[in-house]
Write a protein that binds this ligand. Structure first.
Ligand SMILES: C[S@@+](CC[C@H](N)C(=O)[O-])C[C@H]1O[C@@H](n2cnc3c(N)ncnc32)[C@H](O)[C@@H]1O
Length: 258
């Protein structure tokens, strides 16, 4: 019997909760991606696109976007969104089921993004494989935006509770979570608990999911960028384009093929 991969349990963190994702999402990154989309033009590849949060924001502004995503739950939300979009917008969006660590599309892109998601590649091997695939899919004058959460600033242990949110049908969704970082293995484990209430406040469902993210430290990030074979044109410490410093909570690389 082969040994179970301990990281496998950390790969299914979005199953069954796709319909709640956007309720708790932070959309402050969208103007940033839009600004770069205006610089590069279409086509754009949105990797680990989730519910299509960024994909559709770009398509609404006239860009052609291919969204690649692994989770069936997230894909079903993105596909529902596609069905309900105007013909004009839906003609610009393509949704593909696949993994960012190993994909092959018959198209190259002006812009490739992975909003909030590169850390879900849990091993260096998967991260390097994704970077190689990205390079292969970038047009010669294309840009790849790599946004990371510097590992040193992640909580070792924390619990949190989001304010309750309401779905369009009136159901109330409460989300709380626990974060535990293993700084030796460089893996952060995030456990999320969802409680769904009907319009009268009766609990009708509870769902618990676990996901993992690689803790990527700054020197490791530097090496990943070097090994990507792409040129580091710029770096920011947040989506407002403040310069990256060692205290920044984000690290956003603007990488070019040439
Ligand atoms: C934090 S969510 C971000 C979703 C979206 N990028 C956004 O910003 O709204 C992370 C997403 O990455 C997806 N994901 C994780 N590993 C993946 C992989 N190897 N290939 C494709 N998608 C992946 C998850 O299913 C989830 O939808």
């Amino acid at each position: 019997m082969s040994a179970k991969n301990p990281l496998e349990d950390l790969e299914s963190g979005y199953e069954g909760v796709g319909e709640f994702y956007d309720l708790f999402a932070d959309n402050s990154d969208i103007p940033f991606f839009l600004e770069y989309a205006k610089k590069t033009g279409s086509p754009i590849l949105d990797l680990a696109a989730g519910t299509g949060r960024v994909t559709f924001a770009l398509a609404e502004e006239g860009f052609e976007v291919v969204a690649l995503e692994r989770s069936k739950s997230m894909l079903s939300v993105a596909r529902r969104r596609l069905e309900h979009s105007s013909p004009d917008i839906s003609s610009r969006v393509q949704i593909i089921e696949g993994s960012m660590k190993d994909f092959s599309l018959d198209q190259k892109f002006s812009l490739i993004i992975i909003p909030n998601s590169f850390g879900h590649l849990l091993t260096s091997e998967d991260q390097l494989s994704a970077l190689q695939c990205i390079k292969n899919h970038l047009l010669d004058d294309g840009i790849f935006i790599l946004d990371l959460y510097p590992g040193a600033h992640q909580y070792e242990q924390a619990t949190f509770e989001d304010p309750p949110a309401r779905l369009s049908d009136g159901r109330i969704v409460k989300r709380s979570g626990e974060i535990k970082s293993d700084f030796t293995r460089q893996i952060m484990r995030v456990e999320l608990h969802y409680t769904i209430q009907d319009v009268n406040g009766n609990v009708i469902n509870t769902i618990n999911v676990v996901s993992g993210a690689a803790l990527i430290f700054n020197r490791e990030a530097d090496l990943l960028v070097r090994m990507s074979g792409l040129n580091n044109e710029n770096e920011f410490g947040d989506f407002q384009k403040n310069p990256f410093t060692l205290d920044s909570g984000r690290r956003i690389f603007i990488l070019r093929k040439r």
